[in-house]
Ligand binder design. Structure first.
Ligand code: NAG
Ligand code: NAG
Ligand code: NAG
Ligand code: NAG
Length: 470
């Protein structure tokens, strides 16, 4: 019988007990597996989403940036929705069934699904394609690689008004500036870093290619149909277009990763955190705030610089309260960190907040990975997975054999440096397990958050918390 390559769901049995450092919480015996078509990079990004409309359903959204569009000809990238309620094997492609999507030539090879993220139960979803090509009117630069993101409603459809659902950072206003220097905004490549701001009112999109790859972060209101609402803001100021306002060098890639918090610098105030993994030769992380004076400016409040040369500090960032003191802490992945003549390959730096002050002086706690494992390529807030009151994180190390994910638990001191559990795929056909992560949502109604792990071999794994009955 010819094997039909479709999405399949399998319950597979693992023998991972050897790898478990401690018998911990995530069930490695019954793991839900979702598989995509080969070569589509199904699992490049993953996001849990709790849908409330049209019905209450628990979904895993999976980006497959090299998947073919439903016309089966063009490789556009697809975002799949895997219904965790249903017994059906199939994940459904989300149809961006609007004319713009279907007729635009720029969607070929655009990498839709390079990033997918959910705002929370019953809220919006954002899906990005960082290689979307905008047609250009200049014959010298036939195409510009701006990227685009689609804002979907809870029902995973686009809304009525294009300017609400289609978000383009390097828009006409920017591109008309390009004549000055076409390397300013022609290759913005927005959307590798993107998230919903923790104030629940805005959207954060990174465009690491802006201003000769210095990179920018843009903040847009979600409800921008309201004419009274605030206009978009950006590092460098959208009115001034002044790259000197951004205190980073060229080729820093600011916006490569983006997260935010409401208790980083000041309680109740939104602070945006964005990684610039090539900033300052080792990688940097910038803290951004809305400028009270300039309405189109996101001001850079402070910059943390990574240790080591070319460690890619800032490749991924996660904001969460690890020690439960009411102030949010910061985990920064540096997957290329190494120490000469050692077995270290990749690190995560944990900055424990000192009441919003003196961030530059904090000596971070270091978590290290195995040699050349790219430990820290993905860092995720997974919620309080053992329900002890302290936030926990997962760290992906996709080159650790066929890939491993390390779970660490928050503690009164910040973080327990010994991993509480180590997950690996246990399937020979899987590699680069741990490339993407999503957590911090309870998908099976047992009151404990679950964890999704993507790979680069078209497999996604859903690990569920098991409540031990001893
Ligand atoms: C899906 O599962 C969730 C949690 O188990 C449940 O609350 C919800 O009612 C289910 N939805 C449907 C449509 O069955
Ligand atoms: C699909 O790809 C073909 C071949 O590359 C191209 O000619 C066609 O314009 C594409 N379709 C769209 C809608 O871009
Ligand atoms: C944002 O929404 C979440 C629920 O989705 C809520 O827990 C949180 O407190 C809200 N934050 C603010 C600042 O309103
Ligand atoms: C805009 O942001 C920069 C820092 O990123 C800041 O120095 C500047 O004062 C801000 N405001 C104006 C009006 O330029």
């Amino acid at each position: 019988m010819a094997k039909h390559w479709c999405m399949v769901t399998l319950w597979i049995v693992y023998d991972l007990l050897v790898l478990n450092v401690v018998a911990f919480n995530l069930d490695t015996q019954n793991v839900l597996l979702k598989q995509g078509d080969p070569g589509t990079l199904f699992g490049f990004s993953v996001a849990f989403h709790q849908q409330l409309s049209p019905a209450r359903r628990n979904l895993l959204l999976v980006g497959a940036p090299r998947a073919k569009h439903q016309n089966q000809v063009n490789v556009t990238g697809v975002v799949y929705s895997c219904d965790l309620n249903s017994t059906s094997d199939r994940c459904q492609p989300i149809e961006f069934n609007n004319k713009e999507f279907l007729t635009s030539k720029g969607i070929n090879n655009q990498w839709m699904g390079v990033k997918v993220t959910s705002q929370g139960p019953g809220k919006n979803v954002l899906a990005c394609a960082h290689r979307y090509q905008e047609g250009s009117s200049s014959r010298y630069v036939p195409h510009v690689l701006t990227g685009q993101c689609y804002l979907l409603r809870d029902d995973l459809r686009v809304g009525e008004e294009e300017r609400r659902w289609r978000r383009v950072v390097c828009d006409f206003e920017h591109l008309s500036r390009r004549q000055k220097d076409h390397e300013w905004f022609a290759y913005c490549q927005q959307g590798h870093g993107a998230s919903f701001a923790k104030d629940n009112t805005s959207l954060l999109i990174g465009a690491p290619g802006a201003y000769q790859w210095k990179g920018i972060v843009r903040m847009e209101r979600l409800d921008d149909l309201d004419f009274d609402s605030e206009e978009p803001r950006e590092t460098g100021d959208i009115e001034q277009f002044n790259h000197k306002l951004i205190p980073l060098q060229r080729n820093s890639y600011l916006g490569f990763s983006v997260d935010s918090g409401m208790a980083l610098l000041k309680q109740g105030e939104l602070t945006i955190v964005s990684g610039a993994p090539r900033g300052g030769y080792s990688g940097q992380v910038a803290f951004l705030k809305t400028d009270p004076v300039a309405r189109r400016n996101l001001s850079v409040e402070l910059v943390l610089s990574g240790p080591g040369l070319a460690s890619s500090f800032g490749y991924d960032v996660a904001v969460l309260d690890l020690n439960n003191d009411g102030w949010e802490d910061l985990a920064v992945g540096a997957p290329e960190f190494f120490v000469k003549d050692s077995m270290i390959g990749g690190a995560v730096f944990i900055f424990i907040n000192t009441k919003g002050k003196h961030w530059e002086k904090i000596v971070p706690i270091e978590l290290h990975g195995n040699k050349e494992s790219m430990f820290g390529l993905a860092v995720e807030n997974i919620g309080d997975i053992n329900r002890d009151g302290y936030g926990d994180i997962a760290v992906g190390a996709p080159y650790d054999d066929s890939g491993r994910v390390y779970l660490y638990c928050g503690s009164p001191e910040g973080i327990n440096r010994k991993p509480a559990q180590i997950l690996s795929p246990g399937l020979k056909t899987v590699n680069l397990f741990g490339y993407s992560l999503s957590g911090n949502l309870d998908m099976d109604n047992n009151q404990y958050p679950d964890l999704a792990v993507g790979s680069l071999s078209d497999h996604v794994f859903i690990f569920r918390y098991i409540v031990n009955i001893l």
